[in-house]
Design a protein around this ligand. Structure first.
Ligand code: F0G
Length: 420
């Protein structure tokens, strides 16, 4: 039977128990899928007729009754072959899985459709999360769709304006916490402890991970086989763990014969997982004051650190950091060579590729999938702030032509960025 299990001590729990951490050792939980049962379910091949989406894989997901599904049509995102970008970096088979194509513009929707469906199945009426922005935008939308109240706590002044706008527009009760994401998540835990009517939907909730694992299924089907390497940004460390779970399950039921190396990328100023990996540790030391332009992954104490490290170690993967400048350069390069506008956190995999290639971590003939986790419009501010503002010219054809000539002459598109 599919059940919940503590990843530290192995204690098991019923799939319908509302619990986020192990009662015995405080470890985090995962859904253990009954592989035999799953093999039987998918043997009819009926699922292969469904379109590419999270719910194509309903047999892999721990939702008992279809009637409870809360969906905005998530998943089914494009896997873009990036020839121009690959050439610039010196690779042969580079793909971007663009998760910005999801309904609220990030991969969080994969997890939220399952998490909020589970919330409906459990009969809870209030949902909550702490967030660097995307989780709150997604939860607010799915809560609205399912008629639930939604509370979100975000680090004050440190989330992209687009994300804030989404949470507000969808009617979430939003509190800006004077502190960072880690402080906000701590407050959320405490609120849930004080009030058991509030259901926690951060990625510590194992049903979120279940939805997010479908990215591995989609990538495997889109390519025909799993890639050699899956390069992903790491923040609270749920998504890389989810993808790894997905690749394992697809292999366990016999749909694939290989698994990719999982490569986790963090910003230099917020890199607890990379630090642990470099020291070959099995434990993560939190960073008290994480800082990076990639606010989505500005996290010092990732809750799913154990799962993420397991994914990296078990897959013979790797972990690397990138600087803020490398992130912004990669964001621009992706947008200007492939037409894909991703937010800074989502550009971290691209930012790492040259380094990974130079260090011999990846080979130029490897098939590489970089996950671009969220849409660039989420954090449009960063573009004008960092790259500069468009120039303003009178509606006079001579003035326009003169300015255009100057922009071409100096190979510039914008004014110089301001220092603020
Ligand atoms: N990329 C984006 C765009 C994100 O928003 C996040 C996390 C990540 C990558 C990292 O994923 O946490 O699973 O390792 N955003 C969370 C949020 C923390 O609150 O929106 P992770």
């Amino acid at each position: 039977m599919t059940h919940l299990k503590c990843i530290e001590c192995g204690t098991t729990y019923d799939i319908d128990e509302i619990i986020y951490k192990c009662g015995k050792c405080d470890g985090i939980l995962e859904v253990v899928t009954d592989i035999e049962e799953l093999r039987n379910k998918i043997s009819t091949d009926k699922w292969k007729g469904r379109s590419l989406s999270v719910w194509r894989y309903i047999d892999f997901l721990p939702i008992k009754d279809k009637i409870n599904i809360v969906t905005l049509n998530e998943g089914g995102t494009g896997l873009h072959r990036c020839k121009r970008l690959a050439e610039k970096i010196g690779l042969k088979k580079l793909f971007i899985k663009f998760e910005g194509e999801n309904p609220t513009g990030s991969f969080k929707d994969r997890g939220m459709t399952v998490g909020v469906s589970k919330a409906r199945e459990l009969g809870v009426s209030i949902v909550i999360c702490a967030s660097t922005g995307n989780t709150s935008a997604s939860l607010a939308a799915y809560a609205a769709k399912s008629g639930k109240q939604c509370i979100v706590l975000v680090p004050a002044g440190k989330i992209g304006v687009g994300k804030l706008a989404q949470a507000i527009a969808h009617g979430a009760r939003l509190i800006q916490v004077k502190g960072n994401f880690d402080d906000s998540l701590d407050m959320v835990f405490q609120l849930c402890e004080r009030n058991n009517q509030i259901y926690l939907l951060n990625s510590i909730n194992p049903f979120r991970i279940e939805g997010q694992k479908t990215i591995a299924f989609e990538v495997s089907e889109q390519l025909g086989v799993p890639p050699d390497c899956m390069v992903m940004p790491v923040g609270n460390a749920g998504n890389i763990s989810a993808a790894w779970k997905g690749f394992n399950e697809f292999e366990a039921v016999g749909l694939t014969n290989s698994k990719p190396r999982m490569i986790g990328i963090q910003a230099e100023g917020a890199s607890p997982i990379v630090n642990a990996y470099r020291k070959k540790k099995i434990r993560v030391e939190p960073i008290l004051f994480p800082e990076t332009v990639a606010t989505a992954i500005r996290i010092g104490n990732p809750v799913s650190w154990r799962k993420a490290l397991n994914s990296i170690y078990e897959s013979n993967g790797y972990a690397e950091t990138v600087t803020d400048q490398e992130i912004l350069d990669a964001q621009r390069l992706l947008a200007q060579t492939e037409g894909i506008f991703a937010e800074p956190a989502s550009a971290t995999p691209i930012a790492s590729l040259k380094k990974l290639l130079d260090q011999g971590v990846i080979n130029k003939s490897d098939s590489i999938v970089c996950v671009a986790t969220g849409h660039g419009l989420k954090d449009a501010d960063v573009i004008t702030r960092v790259f500069g503002k468009p120039i303003e010219v009178e509606a006079d054809i001579d003035a326009i032509e003169k300015s255009l000539n100057l922009l071409v002459k100096y190979d510039r598109w914008l004014e110089e960025p301001s220092s603020t």
